[in-house]
Design a protein around this ligand. Sequence first.
Ligand SMILES: N[C@@H](CCC(=O)N[C@@H](CS)C(=O)NCC(=O)O)C(=O)O
Length: 184
Amino acid sequence: MLKLYGGARSRASIVQWYLEELGVPYEYVLLDMQAGEHRQPDYLAVNPFGKVPGIIDGDLKLWESGAILLYLSDKHEKVIATPERRAEITQWVMFANATFGPGIFVESSREKEMPRLFTALNQYLEQREYLVGDRFTAADVAVGAFLAYIPLMLGIQYGDYGAIAHYHQSLTARPAFGKTIGAR
Ligand SMILES: N[C@@H](CCC(=O)N[C@@H](CS)C(=O)NCC(=O)O)C(=O)O
């Protein structure tokens, strides 16, 4: 069975959310990060950088939440992926982790980045229910997780951005979200 390594209130809950969406069985290995278990040899053998999440799936050891989401998407999404569709999902996962998250969570860039990121995302979502195609994908997990963390961790609400607020509400109402990030 797939093993997911994470700590309490860590980014492992992003991967856990997607595993629940996909209905893939997994064992959650909760590391005591306060005690430094993520820096012990057992876990460094999974991720030499000592960061969570990490997974073991068969012979594969994989880390970086975005890489794990894309792997699970390739392996378990039932709709046949064209290169174009897969590229769009990759684009949004990378946008979430490399542009959106840092733009909002790095305090020195927030004032400049937040209005332009929120405005463009809001406009995009005015036309759509999901980020890629007409169904929920790993792209929604990657961006949706940050949209869930922003009010929780920064106290920022989406009042002026109606389409983001609607999208955020619809994602947080999903049962798999409630069992994972929503249960924090
Ligand atoms: N870009 C990485 C970030 C991983 C990361 O920084 N994880 C934090 C927990 S949320 C961690 O393991 N921190 C422990 C440490 O840096 O020692 C990802 O998305 O997987």
